[in-house]
Design a protein around this ligand. Structure first.
Ligand code: NZQ
Ligand code: ZN
Length: 391
């Protein structure tokens, strides 16, 4: 196991009706004037926003609203949010929504105290300061409710990029599984896929003897395999929703990733897909992960066989571990299909003729992609081709 630092200071309020605690928690964590940030209207329609406002009012917290964050959140809204916060002396940002709203809130939080362009932080500049961010989560997927990351698409640059810092981990997150019952089945499945993928990015590692995190990773993957069909069959299944919601947090606050090298190539390959076609991140991952696995399996066949045996219950073929490894990937694809995910370019609406553009968008001359296997441009092209089912 490698040396590591782990700092994950988010306070969680988990369970039914916990959104009524929003006001009290803002006060406890020092907020006086809040930017209430949300998406395209699901929180208005469900009545959640009204309940959160009531809670803020009850606690005597002032707020100003900024709605309209779109999936794959854009820089335009971030600039607008920064301006509003400065003008209104906002000192606390409360995101009510999914990963896109939370990521937009994080971007605003780092932009307000910074004199330059907030995009600098998405180009590698180190974050030194941020307003506190808190969340009321409505979609179990990205783990942004506790992660140190934010991913934004810059419209003018046509670039989707992320930034990381412990300074943007939410100070508190309210997780009420009931809030996820209004999700369309497709979004539920995209979320489950994203959670699974956050584990896979950590699971496929070159670090040896990481038994504790391997076993934690496997338990989260098994949870997603067991609970997602239940939530799809019965959207009001509270316990299935609750297990998925906590799995989403555990999968990406990095408790399953400490002390081991992590990969993240598939997320980078996917970000270009959702950047170019504006598709759901989870669906893009469902298309890219099996392709990445097939391409890189030979790098460590035994790790893929371990995945097949422990996560998908395959029989270990000691004579031919590669057969077991392949079976695990095939079972993963079957699982994705069973929850309604696309697994090839065509089903996602992506086009094989755009592969050169996607490879260019990765800008691999300026950064490395992957760590389990460091990818070259040729590798990236080959993986996109596998995902597109073309030679
Ligand atoms: O905008 P509204 O009207 O709220 O509708 C949203 C949106 O259309 C809807 N929705 C959310 N909660 C709902 C609901 N509809 C009904 N009932 C509810 N309870 O779902 C749609 C998708 O929402 P979005 O926030 O875009 O989804 P998600 O949480 O999957 O976030 C995706 C974004 O997060 C980034 C992705 O790249 C993508 O941009 N990621 C962020 C990470 C992080 N910060 O740590 C890590 C991830 O790997 C990921 O890259
Ligand atoms: Zn993700």
């Amino acid at each position: 196991m490698n040396n590591f630092k782990f700092y994950s200071p988010t306070y969680f309020e988990f369970g039914r009706e916990t959104e009524t605690k929003a006001g009290e928690l803002v006060v406890r964590f020092g907020g006086k004037k809040v930017l209430l940030h949300y998406g395209g209207g699901s929180v208005v329609r469900s009545g959640l926003l009204a309940r959160v406002k009531k809670s803020l009012e009850k606690a005597g917290v002032q707020y100003i609203e900024l709605g309209g964050v779109v999936p794959n959140p854009r820089s335009g809204m971030v600039y607008e949010g920064i301006e509003i916060c400065r003008k209104e002396n906002v000192d606390f940002i409360l995101a009510v929504g999914g990963g896109s709203t939370i990521d937009s809130a994080k971007a605003i939080a780092i932009g307000v105290p910074y004199e330059g362009d907030f995009w600098d932080f998405y180009q590698g500049k180190k974050i030194e300061k941020a307003l506190p961010v808190a969340t009321v989560l409505t979609l179990a997927a990205t783990g942004s409710e506790a992660s140190n990351s934010s991913v934004i698409t810059h419209e003018k640059e046509n670039m989707k990029r992320g930034t990381n810092s412990d300074l943007i981990r939410p100070i508190f997150s309210i997780l009420n599984p009931e809030l996820t019952t209004t999700l369309p089945p497709y979004q539920t499945a995209c979320g489950a896929t994203d959670i699974f993928a956050h584990i896979l990015e950590r699971y496929f590692t070159n670090t040896k003897n990481v038994e504790v995190t391997d076993r934690m990773c496997e338990s989260i993957m098994l949870t997603i395999i067991n609970e997602t069909p239940k939530a799809l069959a019965n959207p009001n299944d509270y316990d299935a929703r609750a297990n998925i919601m906590w799995a989403g947090m555990v999968a990406h606050n990095d408790i399953c990733g400490v002390g081991r090298e992590q990969d993240w190539a598939t997320h980078q390959l996917e970000h270009e897909l959702s950047g170019l076609y504006d598709v759901a991140h989870g669906a893009g991952l469902a298309v890219m992960f099996p392709a990445w696995m097939k391409y890189n399996m030979k790098h460590d066949v035994m790790r893929f066989a371990q995945f097949a045996v422990r996560v998908f219950g395959c029989q270990m073929d000691f004579q031919n571990p590669e057969r077991t490894a392949k079976e695990g990937i095939a079972k993963f694809e079957q699982f994705l299909l069973s929850i309604g995910m696309p697994i090839r370019f065509k089903e996602l609406g992506a086009k094989a003729e755009d592969i050169p553009t996607l490879v260019e968008m990765l800008k691999m001359d300026t950064r490395s992609v992957g760590s389990f296997v460091k990818l070259t441009k040729k590798d990236a092209e080959a993986i996109y081709k596998l995902a597109a089912d073309v030679k």
